[in-house]
Design a protein around this ligand. Structure first.
Ligand code: NDP
Length: 319
């Protein structure tokens, strides 16, 4: 009898898992979630996904991923899973309307979300000067003056990375003390292109919108000690205040690290619950790239397929 896999999440990890599992003859349903296509749908050009010499727009790339998975029979449901029960098999999943699905195996590809400041202008200029990923977008800021917001290792790393392209980077941090490790701070401090602005918060992103072409031009900053407000010119602003894995659905059920990244066994995608596999940014706090997520999605499908082959269920699922 046909075995069924439910995949939660529709970024590169989820769609690659869907592609491999459906091509292997399994019944596959992808629950696409709140942001169909995942984080790449909020970026513009992707130049570092192998296979696209001229680069490709993030949303277009994800549409290709989706089509390729559907070609082999995987089905998308534009729903968000609100509850899961993996205590017995087949597993049970409920969407936000309370409708229930079952699955013989479950692949978690729920990804992570960059934390944002949530101040005025941020969503307006996201992708038009505001970015949450230096590795993705740094290249577009060649010769320009940009800001990095945050005081952790990510902020130091992103600022250092950006110096390959930009004229200057100013790290804006809300306190005097940095959360980043000394090594990372020293490396950033010794870089002549990096400046620091401490005790400073970004209050607003300001820019222009001419014929629907948006462009960030300034940041409104407030000194956290004196409350003095200034407006500075900015060609770009990189928000680097951390990421959050989208794994709250599995709290107390799956083993996670203290931040919430799902722990997988050795170099596989096995979680602590048999039949539940995790891939992509939901379990990777280190690389967080589309291509690594896709690679681990492939691993999850192969792990799930092999596991299903060796497992006999009294009752089969029907997603
Ligand atoms: P962190 O949580 O370590 O740091 C987040 C930073 O953003 C903090 O300085 C924090 O300020 C600031 N921040 C948080 N929210 C806001 C806000 N609303 N407004 C303004 N500032 C804010 O996250 P990272 O992503 O930097 O690092 C995550 C983990 O990954 C860490 O364990 C880090 O060590 C690791 N990492 C390691 C790297 C390496 O070793 N190569 C590279 C990158 C990450 P405050 O300090 O005031 O709370």
């Amino acid at each position: 009898m046909h075995k069924h896999i439910a995949i939660i999440g529709s970024g590169p990890a989820g769609f690659t898992a869907a592609l491999y599992a459906s091509r292997a003859g399994l019944g596959v349903v992808i629950f696409e979630g709140l942001q169909p296509g995942g984080q790449l749908t909020i970026t513009t050009e992707v130049e570092n996904y192998p296979g696209f010499v001229e680069g490709i727009q993030g949303p277009e790339l994800m549409e290709i991923f989706r089509k390729q998975a559907h070609k082999f029979g995987a089905v998308s449901r534009y729903e968000t899973i609100a509850k899961v029960d993996v205590s017995e098999r087949p597993f049970q999943l409920w969407n936000e309307r309370g409708e229930r699905y079952t699955a013989d195996a479950l692949i978690i590809a729920t990804g992570a979300s960059a934390k944002l400041l949530g101040v005025p202008g941020e969503s307006d200029f996201m992708g038009f000067g505001v970015s949450a990923c230096a590795t993705c977008d740094g290249f577009f800021f060649r010769g320009l003056n940009v800001y990095v917001v945050g005081g952790g290792d990510t902020a130091m790393e992103e600022a250092t990375y950006l110096t390959r392209y930009v004229s200057s980077v100013t790290i804006v941090h809300r306190r005097e003390e940095f959360r980043a490790s000394n090594y990372m701070i020293e490396r950033a401090k010794s870089n002549p292109k990096i400046k620091f602005m401490i005790n400073t918060v970004v209050e607003e992103y300001i820019g222009t919108n001419v014929d629907n072409i948006k462009k960030l031009t300034h940041l409104r900053l407030r000194n956290a000690v004196t409350d003095e407000v200034t407006t500075v010119e900015a060609d770009g602003a990189f928000v680097a205040i951390g990421h959050e894995p989208n794994t709250s659905l599995f709290k107390e059920v799956l083993d996670m690290d203290e931040v919430g990244y799902i722990e997988t066994k050795n170099r596989s995608t096995y979680t602590n619950v048999e039949g539940v596999f995790a891939c992509g940014d939901a379990q990777d706090s280190t690389y967080r790239q589309a291509v690594t997520a896709a690679g681990s999605g492939c691993m999850a499908a192969i792990d799930a397929e092999r596991w299903l082959e060796t497992t006999h269920h009294a009752q089969h699922a029907h997603v």
